[in-house]
Design a protein around this ligand. Sequence first.
Ligand code: SF4
Length: 188
Amino acid sequence: MLLRFVSIALLRMRAMTRCHNKKARLASIEGNVRRARPVQIATAIRVGGLARIKSKRIKQILAAIEAERGRIDLEFLRKLSPEEAEQKLISYLGVGMKTARCVQLFALGQKAFPVDTHVHRVAGRLGLIPQKTSREQAHNLLGAAVPKNKMYSFHINLIRHGREVCTARKPKCEKCTLRRDCPRAGVS
Ligand code: SF4
């Protein structure tokens, strides 16, 4: 989640940047991020919650990336295998497996399967993972089970199903298209 907010902050700052030249614009974004105070980043990402903590972490991660790479740029991750990219991402303070895999799936186009709260809940109810499977274990189980060419769509669809139908409280089993195959149909 954290690096998704880095991306959001970068995009918001890009929108604020008036330069028309691409190179100049990118340099300006880097400059903005480097100079931004945590409170400014917090304002840009407030919609996601926990903005104060995340903004500090974002500054720390950006500083770490810049110290390591000489600039704020994660393009080098594209040259790594998905496993290596995941390990690199989770080495940054505050970045967990879900965040790492979201960056891989959405920003890098790598085959990775993130498990958020909705994916975890719905997969558990449908019996795709054993009950009481931890989120971390679910990453490994679902990551191995979901076909690589379906990781993006399956992730998106499970989240949507979890938000709209298989909600944490009072899931709408009577309307659910999966109810005939679901071992937890009727759960309250
Ligand atoms: S039948 Fe109910 S518990 Fe099962 S997936 Fe559908 S909404 Fe969720």
